[in-house]
Design a protein around this ligand. Structure first.
Ligand SMILES: [Zn+2]
Ligand SMILES: [Zn+2]
Length: 283
């Protein structure tokens, strides 16, 4: 029902992310296309890119998701940072197309001490500018955030407002992070909370444009605003909550990517096994 994957490393060559995902039994994956904490991006050889595209088909890893750099802030009040963020987003989209990735996930930005409304307007400006700079096969997905200070995209309504204001083919929809949603006050551990969230998505985004779920448990409590991911079933959403999410009709068939903690080599296999156990109950 769901394709399931994890975020894998590109260390040693971008195609190795596919080897790692395949070895874990994943059917989809997420990667960074470069180091997400530095601005420098190196060119890749056509050979390397072709190898990725070939291997990805061979292993039937689909969709391929690229998560953008952490440095990007499309809502920045600094003209310099805003420009660098726009340029970097363009590079990310170019990189995604060059490997045949399907979607690019972005944290839209944050406000630095000013009204969120003003920061959101600036993010819309930036996205419109990116849309003028080119067209890409890969669709941009706006991810909901946890509601930390300066956050401008923790409410589904606000993400919908941004998507509606940016016309054209740039935006492919949204990515729902379950940890972020829980931290922002959507109680995904209960039927009522899932209903409230799904109704907000239906109204502001549409179900069709919900392209990805970042399936993460949450260290922080409901409405805590804390962006702290936890192993599946070991956080405040809990195993029952996780089961409810992955089996819920509203989320049926949407790819699941785990961004759970990786302290040892056992962590990914363990979390994946838990999710598979929830999606395919024994017997
Ligand atoms: Zn996420
Ligand atoms: Zn997070």
């Amino acid at each position: 029902m769901h394709r399931v994957g994890v975020h894998t490393s590109i260390a040693g060559g971008i195609h190795l992310s596919l080897e790692r995902a395949h070895a874990l039994g994943c059917t989809t994956l997420q990667i960074f296309s470069h180091n997400p904490r530095v601005w420098a991006v190196r060119e890749r050889s056509e050979e390397e890119l072709a190898q990725f595209r070939r291997l990805r088909k061979e292993y039937d890893l689909s969709p391929v998701f690229v998560h953008t750099s952490y440095l990007i802030n499309l809502a920045s009040s600094s003209p310099d940072l805003k420009k660098r963020s726009i340029d970097m987003t363009v590079l990310e989209l170019d990189a995604a197309d060059s490997i045949g990735a399907d979607f690019v996930i972005i944290h839209t930005g944050s406000a630095s001490g000013e009204e969120p409304r003003i920061a959101r307007a600036r993010a819309i400006d930036s996205l419109r500018e990116i849309g003028v700079r080119g067209t890409w096969k890969a669709g941009l997905l706006l991810e909901n955030t946890a509601g930390e200070r300066g956050d401008i995209t923790s409410a589904i309504e606000d993400i919908g407002g941004i998507i509606d204001a940016v016309t054209g083919r740039l935006i492919g929809g949204m990515c729902l992070d379950t940890c972020h949603a829980f931290a922002a006050g959507y109680d995904l551990s209960s039927e009522k909370g899932i209903y409230r969230l799904s109704a907000a998505i239906e109204r502001n985004i549409t179900r069709q444009r919900l392209r990805l779920i970042h399936l993460n448990d949450s260290k922080g409590g409901l409405g805590s605003g804390l962006d702290r991911h936890e192993h599946i079933g070991q956080g405040r959403i809990g195993m029952e909550g996780m089961r409810r999410i992955v089996r819920h009709e509203f989320f049926r068939g949407i790819p699941l990517i785990l961004e759970t903690p990786k302290k040892t080599d056992e962590d990914d296999p363990l979390n994946l096994a838990r999710v598979r156990g929830l999606t395919h109950p024994p017997g």
